[in-house]
Design a protein around this ligand. Structure first.
Ligand code: SIN
Length: 508
């Protein structure tokens, strides 16, 4: 690099980054003229600004989506899929760059950030393949000289409201199936992770996706989110986030007879039976409870253990937790990054106080970490409680931080009862060497995802993602199941008998 280039690069790096909305193929400001700041949870550094949009911006995005979708729905699905292949290759090419953006604005460690971008890449290839499948049924008609089949047709406009904990993976689980099935998208990303959303949309733009098909509108849930839910031309709202917001969306969308796909809270548990490989269980628990600082929807926050191996598990867990290094996730040696923001940090600490007051025994952690230069960030020590009772608040409510609670039990049956005693049903896991008990658990654990001899995290994109009870409303992200969210079924009958045949009357 010559001197002038070095100076130009430095100038570019110090300039305030500003992310605008993407509406009808153009990067545009909001008429609000207002901006919010994007900060790094590691140290509070301001990374840049992002427009604070209004209902009027959503209106423009929906109108653009409506126009674009009229043509897109008639583009053959394999041709739609060609754009998705381009998206996949661009994501692959930019994997490292995107992972860095993700770590800086969200805080997860770089290895996990790379893993998350890989999920989006996999999802793009997988959904591109759907362009040549998108199977319906052909079935025999009950009448002679008549043909019957079912085909998928797009719903229309998909409003996507996505979270900050998996800002590109979850956006890919929603936007790619929506597009390949012929819908247009209006997307409100989480306010905490706006840059990665902008970078993802740049990839859609560079892939040559026709204008108006993907529209990005930054802003708050109360302004932009609500406007998406309320808009009469938005046909389906796909949301991942808190239970509280999900219920409100579902209530309002229900009144408007609008489809919703909701993925909300979790209170996931790892069960460790007396015949389990304890070292393996320790690895699984540490990874799923403290990875991503406990901020995965599928994070393990309860450890249900047979009382005969409780002591051994506790000792081994504490030893492993000693080894966890907190810090800036851009440093490859770091295991646990910060939590997303100050209010989240305070909420986690509040739950730790609640746990102590409820009589649970704090084995490790339980504090905000400020040493070793971490005082400007949102760092919470990986925390372990034991002697927790299933009805305590720390065993029932979602904490969304690096806090896990050990609940001792006497049998597999009791473990399953405890596992199922919460209002959520996203993910569960069991460590056992007994195949019979593994199958019993697979059958009886009331969650959308079950792992045998692995932790509660690590969903793969070609399987349905979602949960039972308070976790969702019966829909699934990712996998072929996600096509159901963005399509209607159309049943088609073709009569080549040359006469009007009356089904149920003329067939016998
Ligand atoms: C999530 O929890 O949202 C991510 C998926 C996983 O790691 O299981």
């Amino acid at each position: 690099m010559n001197n002038q280039t070095v100076q130009e690069t430095a100038k570019k790096d110090t300039a305030v980054k500003k992310y605008l909305n993407f509406i009808n193929g153009e990067w545009v400001d909001s008429e609000s003229g207002k901006y919010t700041q994007n900060t790094n949870p590691v140290n509070g550094e301001v990374l840049g600004e992002v427009v604070a949009s209004t209902k009027a911006d959503v209106e423009k995005a929906v109108q653009a989506a409506k126009e674009a979708q009229k043509k897109w729905r008639n583009v053959p699905a394999p041709e739609r899929a060609d754009f998705l292949y381009k998206v996949a290759y661009l994501l692959k090419e930019r994997k490292e760059e995107l992972a860095q953006v993700l770590t800086k604005e969200m805080g997860k460690v770089i290895a996990e950030a790379r893993g998350e971008v890989q999920e989006a890449i996999d999802m793009a290839f997988y959904m591109a393949g759907e362009g040549r499948r998108m199977f319906g049924d052909t079935v025999p008609s009950e009448l002679r000289n008549k043909f019957a089949m079912s085909v998928r047709v797009p719903v229309g406009i998909a409003g996507l409201i996505t979270p900050w904990n998996f800002p590109i993976a979850i956006a890919s689980w929603k936007s790619l199936p929506a597009l390949v099935t012929g819908n247009a998208v209006v997307w409100k990303p989480a306010s905490e992770t706006p840059f990665l959303a902008g970078e993802f949309v740049k990839i859609y733009e560079e892939a040559g996706l026709p204008k108006g098909l993907v529209n990005l509108v930054y802003g708050s849930g109360s302004e932009v989110g609500n406007a998406i839910v309320e808009h009469p031309d938005v046909d389906i709202v796909s949301f991942t986030g808190s239970n509280e917001v999900g219920k409100k969306i579902n209530g309002r969308a229900g009144e408007l007879l609008k489809r919703t796909s909701l993925e909300m809270g979790g209170k996931n548990a790892v069960t460790v039976l007396e015949d389990a490989d304890i070292d393996l269980a320790v690895d699984g628990i540490v990874w799923s409870a403290f990875g991503t600082s406990g901020q995965r929807c599928t994070a393990c926050s309860r450890i249900i253990v047979h009382e005969s191996v409780k002591e051994e598990l506790e000792q081994k867990l504490m030893k492993r937790m000693e080894m966890l290094k907190l810090g800036d996730g851009l440093d490859e040696s770091i295991d646990v990054g910060p939590v997303i923001n100050r209010s989240s940090l305070e909420k986690i600490h509040e739950y730790v106080k609640i746990g102590k007051d409820e009589g649970a025994k704090l084995l490790k952690g339980g504090e905000i970490v400020t040493e070793n230069g971490l005082d400007k960030g949102n760092f919470y020590a990986p925390t372990l409680f034991t002697n927790v009772k299933s009805d305590m608040r720390i065993a029932q409510e979602e904490i969304f931080g690096p806090v896990a609670s050990i609940i001792p039990v006497k049998s597999l049956e009791e473990a399953i009862e405890v596992n199922n005693s919460v209002e959520f049903g996203l993910s569960s896991s069991i460590f056992t060497a007994d195949v019979n008990r593994a199958f019993q658990a697979m059958r009886d654990l009331d969650t959308g995802i079950v792992y045998i001899n692995a932790g509660t995290t690590g969903a793969e994109i070609h399987l349905p993602f979602g949960g039972t009870k308070g976790t969702g409303n019966g829909h699934r992200d990712s996998g072929v199941a996600s096509l159901d969210v963005y399509t209607e079924w159309k049943s088609v009958y073709i009569d080549y008998s040359g006469k009007i045949q009356r089904a149920q009357i003329d067939n016998y």
